[in-house]
Design a protein around this ligand. Structure first.
Ligand code: PMP
Length: 380
């Protein structure tokens, strides 16, 4: 037994010292942290080998899915909470309630942080949100209010429901709790935290050398903050918006008009009705998108079909298991590469993991042949 134990640890030692991945464990091991809030940010950036080899460009993914709450929204949620603490609207331990209207990721980040920092999260979301996100919110014990999907002008729309809930609690004299409305679409802290952290992290991780940056827009905070920062440090970076079918942002960036005309019927298509993609695409200009719009050079529309195939391709070829919006970004990155100088460096955001999309997007993605080739992914 002694001999076996000795030889197996010797083999492990040999493997570890041979592999660059493990070599400098001592220098690279992250410092210990005091709570989950301290785990947010400083996410890894990884080269997507398959797409880089196939396109002749270097395509990198900023893994925002590595945040403790599973998406870039952790950064925003923490900043919004800290801001309310500074203004005195949230007081730790008073059991104040933070209201947010969200189709998923932001709610999960708030649920996680409210638990860690002494608040209650009340999340209003459309009732067609994927089960995994709902289960996560339930697991965190957040208060959940499901509403019917509706346009933003409808008072029962999820963002408006959250605003109303916060106001009611503020005006309720029978309790000492306060209610605050996080308002991720309009809250100025959203794009600013990406400007202050995500953008600079990408710039450092890329050794100050990037040709293209591409991501989608939900609230617009990520694209606005990152592109404003990246354009402030480099003249050569071009920023692309990746947009799902049914969203008006593609046309807004490309032609200056918002709505997508369906030629056949002459009617206006609405997002969420006809796409599997969650978290991005909109038919209105939010404050956060507006803050970065002048930095966006062009837009690329990606179909659901392309996104499903790309998700399958990335998982099969790179071991990257991503959600729907990340997959859209990867399709857009390949389109950029097709028109770029060989060797160009392209950075995309990997927003969240596929595990949040198993019952909806990934159920369909599994129908794609796992040996799919890149040339069969992009439509003309
Ligand atoms: N991907 C996912 C999965 C998201 O939940 C979101 C945010 N709604 C985004 C991308 C887009 O991020 P932003 O709101 O910063 O535009």
């Amino acid at each position: 037994a002694v001999i076996i134990a000795f030889s197996s640890s010797y083999i492990t030692y040999k493997l570890v010292s041979k592999n660059a991945e493990y070599k400098s464990l001592k220098d690279q091991v992250p410092k210990r942290k005091d709570n989950v809030a301290e785990l947010i940010g400083n996410t890894p950036l990884v080269k997507i080998q398959s797409l880089s080899n196939e396109t002749g460009c270097e395509i990198y993914a900023k893994l925002e899915l590595a945040n403790p709450g599973g998406s870039a929204k952790d950064r925003v949620a923490l900043t919004v909470i800290r801001h309310f603490e500074e203004t005195g609207e949230l007081v730790p331990g008073r059991n104040d309630v933070l209201f947010e209207g969200t189709s998923g990721s932001t709610g999960i980040s708030f649920a996680m942080l409210c638990n860690a920092l002494g608040y209650t999260a009340h999340i209003c979301l459309p009732d067609d949100t994927s089960n995994e996100k709902l289960q996560l919110l339930e697991s965190y014990g957040a208060e959940i209010e499901k509403v019917k999907p509706a346009s933003i002008v409808d008072p029962n729309q999820y963002v408006n429901a959250a605003r109303k809930g916060a106001l009611e609690l503020q005006n309720d004299k029978s309790t000492e709790y306060n209610g605050v409305f996080a308002d991720q679409f309009e809250n100025d802290n959203n794009w600013r935290i990406h400007y202050a952290t995500t953008g600079p992290e990408i710039w450092e991780q890329m050794n100050h050398d990037i040709d293209y940056f591409v991501t989608g827009s939900g609230t617009g905070g990520t694209i606005a903050g990152c592109s404003r920062y990246l354009k402030s440090v480099s003249d050569k970076i071009k920023v692309f918006l990746a947009d799902p079918q049914g969203s008006g942002m593609f046309n807004r960036v490309k032609y200056g008009v918002m709505y997508d005309q369906v030629e056949k019927e002459g009617t206006r298509r609405r997002h969420q009705v006809d796409t599997l993609i969650e978290g991005i695409g909109l038919n209105r200009v939010t404050h956060n998108f507006f803050q970065g719009e002048h930095c966006i050079d062009d837009s690329i529309r990606v179909t659901d079909e392309e996104a499903l195939k790309m998700a399958r391709y990335l998982s099969a070829n790179d071991g990257l298991f991503v959600g729907s919006s990340s997959s859209i970004n990867a399709v857009a990155a390949v389109r950029i590469a097709q028109n770029a100088k060989p060797g160009s460096k392209i950075v995309m955001i990997a927003c969240d993991s596929g595990s949040r999309h198993l019952s909806k997007f990934w159920k369909e993605a599994l129908k794609v042949d796992k040996n799919i080739q890149l040339k069969d992914i992009l439509e003309q």
